[in-house]
Design a protein around this ligand. Structure first.
Ligand SMILES: NC(=O)C1=CN([C@@H]2O[C@H](COP(=O)(O)OP(=O)(O)OC[C@H]3O[C@@H](n4cnc5c(N)ncnc54)[C@H](O)[C@@H]3O)[C@@H](O)[C@H]2O)C=CC1
Ligand SMILES: O=C(CO)COP(=O)(O)O
Length: 412
């Protein structure tokens, strides 16, 4: 094996509930693997004034008034807004300057609510290293011009770098408390990495949408090789970067399955929340989960069949396991439940009860509905379609069982 003289510099893009948790994991591993990674992990914090919690220790160091989030993280090593009460490692450093955060990084970890990714990538573009590699921890899909795009694909398209995906049954407060769990990395190694980069002519183009069945936008990116002074970026390196004793990583090649599992389960979790809010019991929730898995599989099979391995949905943490966790304790589930209990729209619960955290299920339900509608396939996805109808107030939650019944005559 060739000797490498440089270490990877890892940057986290996002510092919310999950962003800060992944920041903690990566910082812990960077400290333990000093030959592979620079010890300091920089985490981009979207700057905002935050209130200081009523805690004499925090008041002593930060004062009582609102402070900048990045200042608070770097002073008390705690994300007092999005992950309060958790001590973050000293080597996790918040930076409110996005361009400065990415400029020297060789590995970019994208971890922010999906609605902000596109704008954030536009601000990064041109400031990142062309040979950087990305990993998306974001759960959601984007729909524009009738095409569904995974966020790993969006990173590839906008930054012209390779990007893989991480997703699993990973409710952040449980992970950060170091309760045992698993996650899945979908990594489909680009053909050029470290094999023939010493001069021999080769095609190092990667097809961004190679995962899809219907090639509606055949886009290629030309990957820049990572200088040979760096340790190779391959699945084992990513496992080393993310795996902790309490956070077990399994790497598969199915990037699309991993990304779709994380995105689509949020729609199903909303339905599970509606059902619990109505006190319809566990059998009904189990029916929602069962129907939901089938719709996830069908979605992958229909539009990403070249890549999706159906076992990702049933055997990996990114599939069934995430669905179970999210339908019992996720924010989408809890907010849908509260919206039924209080008789208010879910957006109102998001606004008033989540302390600034963002739901991903509502916008994903809308995006998926737009896509299914354009494809003329809404009838094949009754659960996804029903959740959309309920959040748009076209149907009441009471109608959910009848919308899911197989006999169309029973739907009135
Ligand atoms: N929280 C969780 O338990 C888990 C979340 N995820 C996924 O991770 C992703 C990130 O979620 P969280 O870290 O929980 O976010 P969050 O729900 O805590 O959202 C708050 C974040 O949004 C940022 N933000 C607000 N306005 C912004 C703007 N205009 N531009 C850029 N950023 C802005 C805030 O700075 C903060 O970092 C999501 O896709 C989520 O589905 C995945 C696994 C677990
Ligand atoms: O993705 C999650 C757990 O794996 C968290 O889901 P919520 O965003 O609904 O909290």
């Amino acid at each position: 094996m060739s000797k490498t003289s440089l270490k990877h510099k890892v940057a986290i893009i996002g510092s919310g509930n999950w962003g800060s948790t992944i920041g903690k994991i990566v910082a812990e591993n960077a400290k333990e693997h000093k030959k592979l990674f620079e010890t300091t992990i920089v985490m981009w914090a979207f700057e905002e004034d935050v209130d200081v919690p009523n805690d004499p220790g925090l008041w002593e160091k930060l004062g009582a008034g609102p402070v900048k989030l990045s200042h608070a993280i770097n002073t008390v090593h705690q994300n007092i807004k999005y992950l309060p009460g958790v001590r973050l490692p000293d080597n996790l450093v918040a930076n409110s300057n996005l361009q400065d955060t990415v400029k020297d990084a060789t590995i970019l970890v994208f971890n922010l609510p999906h609605q902000f990714l596109s704008m954030t990538l536009s601000q990064i573009n041109g400031y990142h290293r062309p040979y950087a590699r990305g990993i998306s921890c974001i759960k959601g899909v984007d729909v524009a011009d009738g095409t569904v795009t995974l966020y790993s694909e969006m990173v590839m398209e906008k930054l012209q770098i390779y990007c893989c995906a991480l997703s699993g049954a990973n409710i952040a407060p449980e992970v950060v408390a170091e309760k045992f769990c698993e996650t899945t990395i979908g990594y489909d190694s680009p053909p050029m990495d470290y094999k023939e980069r010493d001069g021999s002519p080769r095609d190092n183009r990667v097809k961004v949408d190679e995962q899809r069945q219907s090639n509606s936008k055949p886009t290629h990116i030309k990957l820049s090789p990572i200088p040979k002074e760096y340790p190779p970026v391959e699945s084992s390196l990513l496992k080393t970067l993310f795996e902790r004793p309490y956070f077990q990583v399994h790497v598969v090649r199915d990037v699309a399955g991993v990304a779709l599992g994380g995105a689509l389960k949020n729609i199903i979790a909303l339905a599970a929340g509606f059902v619990t809010g109505k006190k319809w019991g566990e059998n009904t929730k189990a029916a929602i989960v069962r129907i939901g898995v089938l719709e996830m599989v069908e979605f992958g099979r229909t539009w990403f069949s070249k890549s999706v391995d159906e076992r990702t949905f049933t055997e990996e943490s990114a599939g069934m396991a995430d669905l179970i966790a999210s339908c019992n304790a996720g924010r989408n589930y809890r907010s849908a439940l509260r919206s039924v209990e209080k008789g208010v729209p879910i957006e109102e619960i998001e606004e008033t009860e989540l302390g600034g955290q963002k739901l991903q299920g509502i916008s994903t339900a809308r995006a998926v509905h737009e896509f299914l509608s354009k494809e003329g396939k809404l009838d094949k996805f009754p659960l996804f379609a029903s959740v959309y109808e309920i959040i748009e107030n076209h149907q009441s939650v009471e109608k959910l069982p009848s919308l899911l019944r197989k006999d169309p005559k029973a739907q009135n």
